[in-house]
Every structure is written in C-alpha cells, then in structure tokens.
Design a binder for this molecule. Structure first.
Ligand SMILES: [Zn+2]
Length: 576
C-alpha cells in the first residue's frame, strides 16, 4: 500500500467528521436539505481550517445520484468514491499555480459542457486571490451568468485581496480558527488510531503552536512521530526540539534575567539556544504572546479572566513588574525584532540586541533615575541580584569546607533569635516608636514601592507578597513596624521573618529589626504611646535581645544565604 500523509488519511469525508466549523456545516446542510444551492460560494479563513475539505464534502453531497428526502444516500457511486479526484465533474484548481488568464479561459469554455455523471459541475478554486486581474475579469463574466449546472466554490486566506465585484456575487462563509481543545481532541483520536504514543502535554503543545490550523497540527504530529524512536513515548521536550522553541518556564526565566539586569545569564542562555539550533523567530513570537497577555491583563482584567490563557497566575505576577508604557514599548520593539529576525542571517544577534537593549533602557528608565537622584535608592542596589548570586557561590564553597553540623547549629541559634523577636514584639513596638523618624519612614516606604519586582524572584517572592500586603506604620534607623489587616498575614509574616529580614538586607544593605502586628492591635496600642510621649520622660527604650548577637554578623550572613538556597524548612527541621 502506498504511503499516505496522515492529514490526507484523516481528512473528513463527511460533515459528521468535520471539526470546529459547526456554523458552516449547519448552513450548508440546510441548503442541501431545502434544495437551495447557490452558484457561487466564497470560503474565507486562515490556512488549515478546513476550507477545501468542506468544499469537497459539499460538492460530493450535492451530487449524490440518489438523493433521499434531499439528503445524500451514502451508497451511490459518488457518495462512496474513495477519492474525490476520481470524480471528473468536481474540478479543483489551485490558483497559486494556475494563475494565468488561459486557465480561466479554458474553464470558461469547458464549463458550458454538461457534467459527465453528476448533477453539478463544481469548480473549487483554492487561493483564489492569487488570480491575475485578467483572470479575475474572465471569472467575473462566468460568475455573472453561470450555466445552470455550474457551481463555484472559491477559497481564500486573504479575502481583502479579492475584487468587490467577485465577493458580491458569492455567498460568503468565514472559517474560524479551530480551538486548541478541538485540535487536541482530534490529535488524540488520530494518535490512538495510529498507535502513536504521546503525552497529553506534548499533544497540547502541538495543538497550541498550530494556531488554529488543524492540518498543520496533524502534519506536525506526523513529523514528531517519525522523529522519535519507535515505541518511545513522545514528550513535550521533543516538540520543543523539533519546532526549535523553548518551554514556557524557559521563556519566563529569560524575562526574569531581563528584570534582574542579568546580562551574563541572558548571553549564556542565548548562546545555549543558538548551539541547540533554536528558532529565534518562534521564541520571539512566544515572548510577544506573553507580553501581550500581560498587557491585556493590565488593560482589561475582566476580558483577561474570560480568555483561555495558559499560566494565568504567572502572567498576573509578572504584570506587577511593568508599567503599561513599558509593556507597550516592549511589544513594539519585539515586533520590530521579529521582522528583523526573519530577514537576518544572524537571528541570535538580533534577539540578543533586543534583550540587552531593553535592559539598558530599563536602567535609565525615568522613574528609576529620578529615584537615584533623590538618593532614595542607592545605585548599587540596582544590581542586587548579582550580589546575591555571588554570595551563593561563596556559601557553596563554605559548604565544602565547613562541617554541616556547624551550619545547622548556627541555623538553630538564628531560629531561636527569630522566635525571641516574635515573642517580644511589644519591646520592638516600644523601641520603634521611641526612636521613630518621619524621614526614615518616608525613605523606607519609597524604597519599598518597587517591592513587587521581587514577585518573580524565586527566593523572595513569598516575602515580597507579604510585604506588599502589609503597611508600614513606624520606622527608626534600625526598626520597621508593619501592620497587617488580618491575623493570618501576621502569621505568614512571622513564619517568613528570617527571609523578610534577608530581603530588606538586600534592598537596604542593612539589618533591620522588624515586627508585624494586626491593625487592630496597633489601634489598641497607639493611644498608650501617644499619651506616653506627652509625659516628661517620653518613651523609654527597652533592651532588645537581638543586640546580644550583633557580633555574629558573619554567621548571620552565612545563614541568610543558606535560607536563600534551602528555604526556612531547613531551620524548621532543626527545631525538634
Ligand atoms: Zn449518494
């Protein structure tokens, strides 16, 4: 048996098997049933959405030799023909290859001849917009006064290129892109029939990147199945490899590097992708889609909620890092980048320039530079992430040399200290208010306005969201007092206290003593301190336990980094 491409093998031969174009199928079926068949149809829609498939099914149905109650019999020569190309009265013309006036002239001459076997002579003209002006004029004449037995089905991906005189003579049908879910279902059916072993994730990725074109998706499935070894399960990374794309997680990592101003990581990643033969055009398009979704979220949250968008939560978190203006600029630049990549011999360099260029722009971003001028953010804080990376490297060295027991002991001590800090919140409240400074409070609140950029940082995202949910009510040179609306947030705050202190250290290069209380508790306590301030002695400082450990600052740094890497779990473990 000769080899048949999968998409041909699974091309539907009846309306019942057509996917995703229900409205068109229904209308055409009704036309047959009511015996109201037109002489010219125009099928518009993007590639692979079933235009020619439906044209062929329709031509066959209207030509059934033994119609029963205006419906095809399913048994006659026409209904059962294996291949529609064998039916002489159904003629398919590819305008993309036969675009001359001659072909249409020939059509004009032959169209007068009555059909050989069928009731109707059907001309399916694919990619009709490719016809020359002369050919269009010739076709128009025929369309104006077609013989009774002639039917035209014109198919096009670009209806806007058709003369209005042609469009106005046709019944127009607009084909929808087929939904990811419908494509997925069809691919699952085909792969089961063909005994192709493929994960749902991989199948979903094929469905997604085919962009509504079922035919493309089936071709890709076939390509992938011939790429992997027999009997091996196809997994999602196989799809990335074949298409030259990268995973969503990898895309997000690129964006994180961008946000963290990490040029080294960006260059390393691009080099790695280049060596693996990745398709920078595709990657740029996937990036564009992510930024588009962020933009949609920022502009129209309700619309965003209703859309079938992958990884919505991550998109929402990412959106906090960009202003609308920034997103607009990025989308514009990405679009330019995609155009340049298409015509360039060095797509990796174009892509690289895009990511690094944007980072430079971000550094001189107006908001940022203003803040620097005002001295609110010290310049070195722009490279916080790099400092953290460096520290981690140091810590890993220590891990090799120092015994684990020692580190665990330090961690245990630190945990004790934190517990004391939580137990002695009243002392911290007292001392914060005793030393409170309005300037200090303004400085800290301003510097923490940017806290949401840590929402994409794996180490600090939890702390950043807790801080974002809290209010700063009082600050001193060494203290920050937070209030939270709910007890549960205070608990979260306390559970992550070590990491929060750590994050604040990264931002301010300084260790703060911090405490979080509920708004309710603050409102109860405040009048007491207000009264106290009016007295002669004012508020007296209470000695803090934390001071005892100030000499251990070196150890603390080690712990900070350990917690950064391993999280609080490690300390929790040591508690027992
Ligand atoms: Zn029939």
């Amino acid at each position: 048996m000769s080899y048949k491409a999968l998409y041909r093998k699974y091309r539907p031969s009846t309306f019942e098997n057509v996917f995703g174009q229900d409205h068109i199928v229904k209308t055409l079926k009704n036309a047959i049933y009511n015996n109201k068949i037109g002489h010219a149809y125009l099928f518009c829609g993007t590639r692979g959405t079933g235009k020619t498939t439906i044209a062929k099914i329709f031509s066959r149905m209207i030509n059934c030799l033994e119609m029963k109650e205006n419906m095809p019999c399913g048994k006659c020569e026409i209904c059962t023909a294996n291949n529609i190309d064998d039916i002489a009265d159904i003629i398919e013309i590819d305008a993309a290859s036969n675009n001359g006036v001659d072909e249409i002239r020939e059509l004009k001459n032959k169209i007068k001849l009555v059909p050989v076997l069928c009731k109707y002579k059907v001309y399916i003209i694919d990619e009709v917009h490719m016809l020359s002006t002369g050919a269009f004029n010739a076709l128009l004449k025929t369309l104006e006064e077609p013989p009774e037995h002639a039917i035209f089905i014109l198919a096009t991906t670009e209806p806007q290129k058709l003369p209005i005189t042609i469009i106005s003579r046709c019944q127009r049908f607009d084909f929808k892109k087929i939904s990811v879910n419908d494509i997925f279902k069809r691919l699952r059916y085909i792969s089961d029939c063909e005994n192709i072993k493929i994960d749902d994730d991989a199948l979903y990725e094929i469905s997604r990147i085919s962009d509504g074109a079922l035919r493309d998706s089936i071709c890709l499935l076939e390509q992938v199945s011939s790429f992997v070894e027999d009997n091996k399960n196809i997994i999602v990374s196989d799809i990335y490899e074949i298409k030259g794309s990268i995973s969503f997680d990898e895309l997000i990592n690129l964006i994180k590097f961008y946000l963290n101003n990490d040029n080294e990581k960006i260059l390393e990643k691009i080099e790695d992708m280049y060596l693996k033969g990745k398709d920078f055009n595709l990657i740029s398009q996937d990036l564009l889609l992510i930024f588009r979704n962020i933009y949609v979220y920022k502009k129209a949250k309700m619309y965003f909620d209703k859309q079938d968008i992958q990884n919505k939560e991550i998109i929402i978190k990412l959106s906090n890092n960009f202003s609308i203006k920034e997103i607009e600029n990025i989308i514009k630049k990405l679009d330019e980048t995609i155009n340049q990549i298409r015509s360039s011999h060095y797509p990796n360099i174009i892509f690289e320039t895009f990511l690094l260029d944007n980072i430079n722009n971000k550094e001189i971003d107006k908001n940022f530079s203003e803040k620097i001028e005002e001295g609110i953010i010290k310049k070195e804080n722009l490279n916080i992430e790099k400092k953290v990376e460096k520290k981690i490297d140091n810590v890993l060295e220590i891990e090799n040399n120092e015994s684990k027991d020692k580190i665990k002991k330090i961690l245990k001590n630190e945990k004790k200290l934190i517990n004391k800090q939580i137990q002695n919140k009243d002392i911290i409240i007292n001392n914060t208010i005793a030393l409170a400074s309005i300037d200090e409070k303004k400085y800290i609140i301003n510097a923490l306005k940017d806290i949401n950029r840590y929402l994409v940082n794996d180490k600090y995202k939890i702390c950043a969201s807790i801080i974002e949910d809290s209010n700063i009510v009082a600050c001193s040179v060494d203290h920050i007092l937070f209030t939270c609306k709910y007890e549960s947030i205070v608990n979260e705050f306390d559970n992550n206290l070590l990491m929060i202190i750590n994050l604040l250290y990264e931002i301010f290069s300084k260790k703060y003593v911090v405490a979080a209380i509920t708004e309710k508790y603050w409102n109860e306590k405040r009048p007491y301190y207000v009264n106290l301030m009016k007295t002669k002695d004012g508020i007296k400082l209470i000695e803090e336990i934390i001071d005892e450990n100030n000499d251990k600052i070196e150890n603390n740094e080690i712990i900070d980094n350990y917690v950064s890497i391993f999280g609080n779990d490690l300390i929790e473990m040591e508690d027992e």
